[in-house]
Write a protein that binds this ligand. Sequence first.
Ligand SMILES: Cc1cc2nc3c(=O)[nH]c(=O)nc-3n(C[C@H](O)[C@H](O)[C@H](O)COP(=O)(O)OP(=O)(O)OC[C@H]3O[C@@H](n4cnc5c(N)ncnc54)[C@H](O)[C@@H]3O)c2cc1C
Length: 336
Amino acid sequence: LEISGNGSSHERDVTIIGAGPTGLFTGYYCGFRGLSVRIVDVLHELGGQVTAYYPEKMIYDVPGFAAILGKDLVKALAEQVAQYNPEYCLGEEIRSLEKLGEKQFKLTTASGKEYMSKAVIITSGVGLFEPNKLPDPRFRRYEGKGLYYAVKSRADFEGKDLLVIGGGDSAVDWALNLEGTAKSIILIHRRDGFRAAPDSMRKLAASSVEVRAFTELEDIKGTDWITDVRLKDTKTTRMEMVARNAVLACLGFISRPGPMIKWPVEFEKGQIRVDERYETAVPGVFAAGDVAYRPGKIVLIATGYGEGCTAANYAAHYIKPGESVMPEHSTSREQA
Ligand SMILES: Cc1cc2nc3c(=O)[nH]c(=O)nc-3n(C[C@H](O)[C@H](O)[C@H](O)COP(=O)(O)OP(=O)(O)OC[C@H]3O[C@@H](n4cnc5c(N)ncnc54)[C@H](O)[C@@H]3O)c2cc1C
């Protein structure tokens, strides 16, 4: 499921910070309550921890599914919220959160974009996820010149001789996914044991992707753009120069608390303290999912859904006080 995410500066009723499972379901519920929604995430993909850590694992405790693959759950959540056309702003880190007045919030991103909304729901989970980068500082100068850590647009790889680096699901899935878009693809991994799902490995074996195990990226060449890479066979230490004009490193993610610590909400044990309405210390700012603290809370996808739903209903009431907190049942609605 491909989502393009270039947000506008138009005011929305609600801005949701974080497109993990809680953020997506909360987005659905806001839409259901007739609110316009913007969903912002620093990642270029939806799904938060599920996408970052276990897209190919089965989840057994999500309501309604005896078992569901992580990535299928994210797809289903994205489809559910899609009926209300949320505006996605992906690849954007929310740096600051300011209350300008009642029903007037300004969020500012790391790149300086400003998003206005009448209420804010924070579903930022365990914090900011960012792709791990290649450790060699010499490679930094190639960011924006052919070195990628995420696929923002498939068009970036159109007709390219691509090197994909990594041994997990994301490296294998992207190598398969970009087959036919890139002119040629080499996938390298420094060990031989790929950690991708068996089905993806079967597809890889049948694909045109050239797979090289025990291989490391030793150097990148090129002035204005990458032209060649030097690969090292880690067993024999033999080097080889290969013409490549795109490198996609899929090295997993790290998470960090991020900038929320400076936001004007209250914290408890590193999470944001909320009341029974899932409202923070700032009226109009709600929090749900892994990031929200309540005593005795159980941190799971299922509980995040209930919290997001609660927050969305109180946000609807905050924005339109004439409207009841309790929604009508979804079964009494015509299909959207
Ligand atoms: C290996 C593993 C296995 C798990 N298995 C299960 C299981 O079987 N069942 C279960 O119920 N739970 C499981 N969990 C826990 C579950 O994944 C989390 O409870 C769930 O993902 C929380 O969802 P969330 O939307 O609240 O937060 P997250 O999934 O953490 O999503 C938060 C999103 O917010 C974004 N973000 C944060 N800060 C900012 C910012 N400042 N600006 C922009 N974006 C921001 C992040 O990039 C992220 O995408 C597992 C977790 C792990 C790590």
